[in-house]
Ligand binder design. Structure first.
Ligand code: PAF
Length: 292
């Protein structure tokens, strides 16, 4: 496995390995502190492409002023070991100086999709994601890019960006990987105290219950959201940032009566909940057929 820390190194190795772009490249962009969710993306990238590339970069432009940029967990040695085990060929591990040698005056703003859900409480977050992902796509020129559906809004935003800007790559959404009790894997789970870790299972439990509620004949979007919020509120320290039901991937609101008439398009039940200073997100996608 090759570790490239500079853009020059990355380009040289990729050019040689891909035989000038003739062999397919699968790419997994991450901020490191890798877990089994990332591992599933890396294995998929290697299984479906000749070359698998991983990036590990804690991107400052997607963090707000009072967010966890400085304390974001890092463990390079463990990340490299896991990447190697998953068959990654090239790891790109740039410094902030490499990616942003001077402040960027160019933005990638995906409007509409980014002013709701996480975008409402994290203004400019998705501008930073768009910028770094756009830069990485240009440098790596991947045929396929693998993203976890835990960040369903991010997947929708990046797909829109790829369509709008004609990036020559396919976005591959992959299922959320969970702990045995249902908690979605996240690098930020490490922040949770034992007490909050136990309570955090309420996110996946409420999504699971909603799967049944959504099929009730008289269910409306409003009453579904009330029930889900009530269920989350049963965890003593849970503070809800948002719980919303939106069309996916457009992230437009559903008509209030739509659930009673059966869904017309896939719907995303998405939530962000804080336990102490740790903000967790999770979601579930419901299809008109009733499938997951
Ligand atoms: O999902 C993440 O880890 C980040 O938002 C990403 C896509 C690597 C961009 O920094």
């Amino acid at each position: 496995m090759i570790v490239a820390r500079t853009i020059t190194d990355l380009k040289e190795h990729l050019y040689a390995l891909s035989e000038g772009g003739r062999r397919s490249i699968g790419f997994v962009p991450t901020m490191g502190y890798l877990h089994e969710g990332h591992a599933s993306l890396m294995r998929e990238a290697k299984a479906k492409n000749v070359i698998a590339v991983l990036s590990v970069f804690v991107n400052p432009t997607q963090f707000g002023p009072n967010e966890d940029l400085d304390r974001y967990p890092r463990d390079e040695e463990r990340d490299l070991k896991l990447a190697d085990e998953c068959g990654i060929d090239v790891v790109f591990l740039p410094t902030v100086q490499q990616m942003y040698p001077k402040p960027s005056k160019t933005s990638i703003i995906v409007s509409g999709l980014t002013d709701r859900l996480c975008g409402a409480s994290r203004p400019r977050h998705f501008d930073g994601v768009g910028l770094i992902v756009g830069k990485l796509f240009h440098l790596i020129k991947p045929d396929r890019v693998y993203f976890g559906m835990k960040d369903a809004q991010q997947v929708a935003v990046i797909q829109q960006m790829v369509d709008d800007l004609n990036f020559d790559t396919v976005i591959v959404p992959c299922p959320t990987v969970r702990e045995p009790d249902g908690l979605a894997l996240s690098s930020r789970n490490v922040y949770l105290s034992a007490e909050h870790r136990a309570q955090a299972v309420i996110l996946s439990q409420s999504l699971e219950q909603a799967r049944g509620w959504i099929q009730e004949e008289t269910m409306t979007a409003g009453s579904l959201l009330s029930r889900v919020k009530e269920r989350i509120g049963s965890a003593p320290d849970a503070v809800i940032d948002y719980v919303e039901l939106l069309r996916y991937p457009s992230l437009e609101p559903l008509d209030e009566q739509e659930l009673t008439h059966k869904l017309e398009s896939p719907a995303l039940l998405a939530m962000a909940v804080k336990f102490g200073t740790t903000r967790l997100i999770d979601n579930s996608l419901y299809h008109p057929s009733g499938g997951v």
